[in-house]
Design a protein around this ligand. Structure first.
Ligand code: PLP
Length: 400
């Protein structure tokens, strides 16, 4: 017998549909060059300091074998993470609360494993689809209701222009709350005091927040928290996920980490203990070379070089945001995030605008409705492309 929850997932995956449409258009119009601003993948080569560390680590394993790595990650990397990402911000996180992984995606899908299937899950709408789909696969999301484009057993927290793309406390109290700030896809952020309200809410209700800070490096404003642990009491209610993908170009190389504080206890059990058990059973660590490369991100050269890369993508995002605003589009994001979220013109749906941009400007973006029903009427463009391509895309959009 199979896990029939897999069959409940709605048929067409967003990026597969985009890929098919772009392929069909290119085949029908071989003379047209397409500019892709839909991707969430980085485009710059990895920083020299990171690559050098990977080379050096490869030489080392040619001299002495490095066998299975620690499940939690090598101590040298966890120490660097603790010092630079937390202690430097006045946050005390122990290295035994840090779990190195091969990117945030797996943990964002797998963290649900340590919670009861009876937990009620709340997600933002629009949302990074992995939180929803991973809960659907284990049956926690209920059934997909086509007319509503929503799962029957999930709590949706609409993030719209009217609430500044920030979720409000849901009517029904959830057990698990997925929050992602800076947000994919809207590019929105919440302030430290807004996040503190969520921490207080979770501590009061007993809910656990799974906080996705994959875009932390893109924060430019001072009142936006880099970590949920900047909020008082977060260690008793929150798990945080981080990624090396967007700050240091590890999308293909794969590296991230999750923080599960020891103080986070439910049913008299520390979730840290449960997560360690999970990793011991389901995960065999990240390679020495990749962890060495990750540690190099925290060296002075690594920090300077990766900061420059983030600045490059942010320049793109700002260029998109300002350029579209000048053309009269309603735009948000792009300030603390590589994502720009724009309102489609008039009554155009997200997919109508996708087709319009593809056909008339040969520019590819991502329809907001693909991230949830509240994304309808919106469109996501990203700053992850090349600067010249970004300028070209804007010039084309301006022409149409
Ligand atoms: N979380 C969010 C919100 C993302 O947008 C992404 C990737 O696009 C991830 C997690 C996954 O990151 P990683 O490459 O570390 O798996």
């Amino acid at each position: 017998m199979i896990n029939k929850n897999y069959l409940k997932l709605p048929g067409s995956y967003l990026f597969a549909t985009i890929g098919r449409k772009v392929k069909e258009f290119s085949e029908a119009n071989p003379d047209k060059t397409i500019v892709r601003l839909g991707i969430g993948d980085v485009s710059l080569p990895m920083a020299p300091a990171v690559v050098a560390a990977m080379h050096e680590a490869s030489d080392e394993i040619g001299k002495a074998i490095k066998g299975y790595p620690d499940y939690e990650g090598y101590e040298f990397l966890r120490t660097a993470i603790r010092e630079h990402d937390f202690a430097a911000r006045g946050i005390d996180i122990g290295i035994d609360e840090i779990f190195v992984n091969d990117g945030a995606k797996c943990d964002s899908a797998d963290l649900g494993d340590i919670f009861s299937l009876d937990c009620k899950v709340a997600v933002c709408d629009p949302v990074y689809p992995v939180y929803v789909d991973s809960n659907a696969l284990v049956g926690r999301a209920g059934d997909y209701v086509e007319e509503k484009q929503r799962w029957s057993n999930l709590i949706y927290m609409p993030c719209t222009a009217s609430n500044g793309f920030a979720p409000e406390f849901p009517e029904e109290t959830p057990d698990l709350i997925y929050l992602c700030f800076p947000n994919n896809p809207t590019g929105a952020t919440i302030t430290k005091s807004q996040l503190q309200e969520w921490v207080d809410y979770a501590n009061k209700t007993g809910a656990v927040i799974i906080f996705d800070a994959a875009y932390e490096a893109y924060i430019t404003e001072t009142d936006v928290p880099h970590s949920i642990y900047e909020c008082e009491g977060a260690k008793t209610c929150a798990i945080e996920m981080r990624s090396f993908s967007k700050n240091a170009g590890f999308t293909g190389t794969r590296l991230g980490y999750t923080v599960v504080p020891k103080e986070l206890v439910r049913d008299d059990v520390s979730l840290n203990t449960l997560w360690l058990k999970h990793q011991e059973i389901k995960f065999n660590g990240v390679s020495y070379m990749v962890q060495k490369a990750g540690a190099a991100v925290y060296t002075p050269e690594g920090m300077a070089q990766t900061k420059e890369q983030v600045a490059y993508y942010m320049k793109n995002a700002r260029t998109i945001r300002d350029g579209l605003a000048d053309m009269g589009y309603t735009v948000s994001g792009g300030v603390n995030s590589p994502y720009v979220w724009l309102k489609t013109p008039g009554t155009m749906t997200s997919w109508e605008f996708f087709d319009y941009l593809l056909e008339k400007a040969n520019v590819v973006g991502t329809p907001g409705s693909g991230f949830g029903p509240c994304g309808e009427g919106y469109f996501r463009l990203t700053g992850f492309g090349k600067y010249e391509d970004t300028l070209e895309a804007l010039a084309r959009i301006k022409r149409i």
